[in-house]
Write a protein that binds this ligand. Sequence first.
Ligand code: AMP
Ligand code: ZN
Length: 109
Amino acid sequence: MDCIFCKIVRGEIPAKLVGETEYSIAFKDIAPRQPVHILIVPKNHSRDITELAAKDPDALVDLVRLGTKLAAEYSTGSFRLSFNTGAEAGQSVFHAHGHITSTTPKPVQ
Ligand code: AMP
Ligand code: ZN
């Protein structure tokens, strides 16, 4: 399937990976809009978060857990977890994903 996030999951195009579980991978957004901007992506293809929630609730829980773990690692604890759903809401990649964004990155130790 010609899906950019499926290609990243399969390792066919590079990404700056920051986390992985049985169900999900996480990598830095290529065009960060906040000082912390990480994408959490289920390994199996669903077109958006609505389809993922209906089809694979275990993967949705895993996405939220990995996202909140990385938010704790990369931010001072204030962050957003957001899901653009539908083109009119700004979704541009039609493979479900959560955005972790934060204006307060954790200082490098
Ligand atoms: P959305 O607009 O909610 O569908 O989010 C898609 C996000 O994927 C955007 O923030 C893009 O900057 C990001 N993106 C697109 N291609 C890549 C890529 N190859 N590697 C990392 N992030 C990407
Ligand atoms: Zn896909």
